[in-house]
Design a protein around this ligand. Structure first.
Ligand code: XMP
Length: 215
């Protein structure tokens, strides 16, 4: 992913018309569009094929299954044109290896969830987040997902993964995190959904976040 705007749109609207309208409106300000269950369950995986015409797509399916099922999921997603996928790591190294292998075959990216951004994200993830980050490095993932709601954790995770892997960071805006703070803490990209797609002017909202990060 080209690091131009440092902003990834989380496109969690559930219908095609809104999805394409918003994606087109913000395309100058985002480096990628993250698509997850809300939109794909609403419109089918074909929406990815349409969105990749506007910007590279990261599929946020938080893949968390046995290696064979993970492989099948990744193959579907990358065949649809996605440039990256978000997976869990708690399922273990063999499951993650399976995703990384498919991604390497397609020349695409795998991002591994470390500690989640919502309040409950500390309950089970906190004790294992750093081990998952280490595993992401060892498995050859492209990057990790770390919480913009806790920039100090982004700093901790950056120390563990070094400079080679990217950090993509959700939790800005609606969940209370600050784009500038988490970029200063070591994130490469922020992921923003509601603050942009619920805005009267998604383009202005996206521009404002870019300006905060000086991009
Ligand atoms: P909002 O509307 O809160 O959307 O700006 C955030 C987007 O990011 C997803 N999300 C996460 N994904 N790890 C992830 O892999 C996380 O910790 C996390 N927190 C939020 C969320 O589903 C939405 O698409």
């Amino acid at each position: 992913m080209d690091k131009k705007n440092r902003l990834i749109l989380a496109l969690d609207v559930t219908d095609r018309e809104n999805a394409l309208r918003i994606a087109n409106e913000v395309s100058d300000y985002v480096d990628s569009i993250k698509v997850g269950y809300p939109l794909v369950l609403g419109e089918g995986l074909g929406i990815v094929k349409e969105l990749v015409e506007i910007a590279p797509v990261i599929a946020d399916f938080k893949v968390a299954d046995i290696p064979n099922t993970d492989r099948l999921i990744c193959e579907h997603v990358f065949n649809a044109g996605a440039a990256g996928i978000i997976t869990h790591g708690f399922t273990g190294r063999d499951s993650l290896d399976s995703c990384v292998k498919v991604a390497n075959d397609f020349g695409t990216d795998v991002y591994v969830v470390t500690e989640m951004s919502h309040p409950g994200g500390v309950e089970f993830f906190r004790p294992v987040a750093e081990d998952i980050a280490k595993m992401a490095v060892e498995a050859g993932a492209s990057g990790v997902v770390a919480p913009a709601t806790r920039p100090e954790r982004v700093k901790d995770i950056r120390k563990i993964i070094g400079e080679e892997l990217s950090i993509i960071s959700p939790g800005v805006g609606a969940q209370g995190g600050s784009a500038a703070d988490v970029i200063r803490a070591g994130a490469d990209w922020v992921i923003v959904g509601r603050s942009i797609y619920n805005s009267d002017s998604p383009a202005e909202a996206a521009k404002k976040i870019c300006d905060e990060m000086n991009c």
